[in-house]
Write a protein that binds this ligand. Structure first.
Ligand SMILES: CCCCCCCC(=O)SCCNC(=O)CCNC(=O)[C@H](O)C(C)(C)COP(=O)(O)OP(=O)(O)OC[C@H]1O[C@@H](n2cnc3c(N)ncnc32)[C@H](O)[C@@H]1OP(=O)(O)O
Length: 178
C-alpha cells in the first residue's frame, strides 16, 4: 500500500521535525559544554513539552568494569531536568534537590537517550521536573525527579554566580533554537 507507506513516512518526518535543536548555553559546562575536553558534550532537543538528548557514555566514566558510574547517570538526569526547566519555563535555574532511582545497569560505550519534562509548576519560583534514561533497547534504566528554583534574569544576576556580560548574552540567545 504505497499511499499508507507514504503517509507513515510523512508522519515520521513531521514527528522528527517537531524536535528543535536547542542552543548551547555554557561551552564549558561538564555535561553540555561542547568545549569541555572532559565533559559529556550533551546536545538537547525540544518539542515544546519535553527535552531530550542522546549520548554514548565514554569508558573513562565507568564504575564496575563495563557499567556507567551512578554519579554520571545522576549528572545526565540533572542536566536533562535543568534544560527542561530552563526551556519549558523560560527561567534561569538551580537544582535544589533531586532523587534518582537506578533501575537497570547502563553499559559504557552504549547509546542512551534521556528525556525530561516539567511535572508540576509548584509556584512562580519552583518547579518539579522528571527525567528518565533509556538504553538502546528502550528499557528505563534510571529515573529522577527534582525540585528546581526558577529565577528571572534580574534575580539570577543578584545571585552573582555568572558574570553579568555572560548572563546578558545567555539571556538573549538561550531560549532561541540553534
Ligand atoms: C549550562 C546549563 C545549566 C546547567 C545547570 C546544572 C544544574 C546545577 O547543577 S545547579 C548547581 C547545584 N545547585 C546549587 O548549587 C543550588 C544551591 N542552593 C541554593 O542556592 C538555594 O538552596 C536555592 C536558591 C536553590 C533555594 O534557596 P531557598 O531554599 O529558597 O533559600 P532561601 O534562603 O529562601 O533563599 C536564599 C536566597 O536566594 C533567593 N532566592 C531563592 N530562590 C529564589 C528564586 N527562585 N528567585 C529569586 N530569588 C530566590 C532568596 O530570596 C534569598 O535571597 P536573600 O538571601 O537575599 O534573602
Amino acid at each position: 500500500m504505497p499511499a499508507l507507506k507514504h503517509w507513515l513516512y510523512m508522519k515520521e518526518v513531521l514527528i522528527v521535525a517537531e524536535w528543535t535543536a536547542l542552543k548551547n548555553i555554557d561551552p564549558h559546562c561538564f555535561a553540555c559544554g561542547q568545549g569541555n575536553a572532559h565533559g559529556l558534550h550533551m546536545r538537547f532537543f525540544s518539542d515544546g513539552e519535553r527535552v531530550r538528548s542522546r549520548l554514548i557514555i565514554p569508558g573513562h566514566l565507568r564504575g564496575w568494569h563495563t557499567l556507567v558510574h551512578g554519579g554520571v547517570l545522576a549528572t545526565i538526569l540533572d542536566e536533562a531536568m535543568s534544560w527542561a526547566a530552563i526551556h519549558l519555563t523560560g527561567r534561569f535555574i538551580l537544582t535544589q534537590e533531586m532523587t534518582v532511582r537506578f533501575k537497570k545497569p547502563v553499559r559504557i560505550e552504549e547509546e542512551v537517550r534521556v528525556e525530561s519534562c516539567v511535572a508540576e509548576r509548584i509556584s512562580p519560583r519552583k518547579a518539579l521536573l522528571k527525567a528518565e534514561i533509556r538504553n538502546s533497547s528502550g528499557d528505563i534504566c534510571a529515573e529522577s525527579s527534582g525540585v528546581f528554583a526558577l529565577f528571572t534574569a534580574e534575580a539570577f544576576t543578584r545571585m552573582n554566580l555568572v558574570p553579568e556580560n555572560m548572563l546578558d548574552a545567555m539571556n538573549q540567545s538561550m531560549w532561541r533554537s540553534a
